[in-house]
Design a protein around this ligand. Structure first.
Ligand code: SAH
Ligand code: SF4
Ligand code: F3S
Length: 442
């Protein structure tokens, strides 16, 4: 067997793609390894969302170059591929900056990897594949045979047509496309047969899902969730990432009606200021967002929320930032991600005149993160003494311990037999440690 090392950056969709690339290369004799040293093939599945994400890729390529040279000195060969969003955005530039890279393959073209490897072996042909053939890749992926894991990702929708003024995703992932519902339900069924008990439906705009079935009927995400909920061994369903604009009535209603749909939603708002939202081209107001949260809480009172925030977007004033803090105080989030605005080449906001000083961005991020951490901490503390359903996913670090998650994604460590992995049990939450809860089976 040849050794394949895949390193994944960025979002869950990249994690899904990395697993598919490994499946695709298995028939060529590649088996996964968890170190780049001595690997026969290295794939960096990259992210381009912020400047720092892209820098990380180039510094890792520097390290890989050393390993590739070591291997060559020993008479071996290491193939290096750059996949993912940086591959899509920078193509040629990657080959110019890191000439030892053998191939560059975009997020919609990686089904061509086996063909690219063959071409390379023949010493001929193009080293870059970066088209957007609409969903062609899904038809070319192989049925996976490996263990699925208790919680499994399933990409249902790709791409983005929203063009938020700060974001590279519409350029790196291409236009919105939804996979046919039958294929998704079949994949969910196959995942559950391979041990998955939780299915996480993925899309850059997952709630914009509109898949056409063989009879020409269009399915919404709510309808797709309902169909997957009908699979007996699927115990939990989640979906991410949603856009507030696509939070349709039937999807909100599904949260009140489908027991397997978890009462937790990642619904990024980015900012609590209408002026900033408009400049970001988010196409909704703060009040629209507040109403969505209220409607979801009305159908499912125990609903928990998370969000992404950007601070220091061009033109953001102290008052705009204060409005973001006020929204956070009002919503009370379970957990969030927050970032300093990072200008991305080619996006409209990068050319805006009123860029915010780095020191101001840092100070704002600090204030926001303190508030978000205090909310997360409060949510965890409030859980202590309560009983919660936990889906056990794997063994813990200490012997005799297994780890699972509450409906709100909080990790919980419990002393219990490994045979319970893959099942949902009622757990009494007893204590809060650094990053997780400790509990006992009831
Ligand atoms: N499709 C998702 C988000 C994809 S990117 C959505 O619409 O919400 C994940 C997060 O990265 C975004 O929600 C945003 O908060 C952040 N992000 C995207 N571009 C960024 C940039 N240029 N600078 C800082 N953060 C950014
Ligand atoms: Fe980026 Fe906006 Fe599309 Fe999300 S909705 S991927 S933030 S352009
Ligand atoms: Fe990054 Fe691309 Fe995902 S830019 S966040 S890997 S869609």
């Amino acid at each position: 067997m040849k050794k394949l090392f895949v390193k994944t950056y960025g979002c869950q969709m990249n994690a899904y793609d990395s697993a598919r690339m490994a499946d695709l290369l298995a028939p060529l004799g590649f088996a996964g390894t968890d170190t780049a040293e001595d690997a026969d093939m290295v794939i960096l599945n990259t992210c381009h969302i912020r400047e720092r994400a892209t820098e990380k890729v180039y510094s890792e390529l520097g390290r890989i170059r050393g390993l590739k040279e070591d291997k060559a000195r020993k008479g071996g060969r290491m193939l290096v591929a750059v996949a993912g969003c940086t591959a899509q955005a920078e193509g040629e530039e990657i080959l110019a900056r890191a000439p030892m890279v053998d191939m560059v393959v975009g997020p919609q073209s990686y089904h061509r990897l086996p063909e690219m490897i063959a071409r390379l072996a023949r010493g001929s042909g193009e080293r870059i594949e970066a088209d957007f053939p609409a969903l062609e890749k899904f038809d070319n992926l192989l049925e996976a045979v490996s263990d699925a894991g208790v919680s499994a990702f399933l990409t249902v929708q790709e791409g983005c047509d929203k063009f938020c003024t700060f974001c590279v995703v519409p350029y790196t992932r291409g236009p919105e496309h939804s996979r046919p519902p039958e294929k998704i339900v079949a994949e969910a069924r196959a995942l559950s047969a391979r041990g998955a008990r939780e299915i996480v439906l993925l899309g850059q705009n997952v709630n914009a899902y509109r898949g056409t079935d063989a009879r020409g009927k269009v399915w919404s995400l709510a309808r797709l969730i309902e169909a997957i909920a009908g699979i007996e061994n699927v115990l939990r369903i989640r979906y991410t990432t949603s856009h507030p604009r696509d939070m349709a009535d039937d999807l909100i209603a599904a949260h009140g009606a489908i027991e397997k749909l978890m009462p937790f939603l990642h619904l990024p708002v980015q900012s609590g200021s209408d002026g900033v939202l408009a400049a970001m081209n988010r196409q909704h107001t703060v009040e629209d967002y507040r109403q969505l949260i209220a409607r979801l809480r009305a159908v499912r009172p125990d609903m928990g929320f998370s969000s992404d925030f950007i601070v220091g977007f061009p033109g953001e004033t102290d008052a705009d930032f204060e409005a973001t803090l006020q929204l956070v105080r009002d919503v009370r989030y379970a957990q969030c991600f927050s970032f300093k605005y990072s200008p991305r080449p080619g996006t409209p906001a990068a050319a805006a005149k009123k860029q915010i000083a780095e020191s101001v961005k840092s100070a704002r991020l600090d204030v926001l993160q303190k508030l978000l951490m205090s909310q997360q901490d409060a949510a965890n503390r409030a859980a202590i003494g309560m009983t919660s359903d936990v889906l056990f996913e794997k063994s813990g670090r200490n012997p005799g311990q297994i780890v699972g998650r509450t409906p709100y994604l909080q990790p919980v460590h419990v002393e219990a037999p490994a045979a319970l992995i893959g099942t949902v049990r009622a757990v009494r939450l007893e204590a809060l440690t650094a990053n997780s809860l400790k509990g006992g089976l009831i």
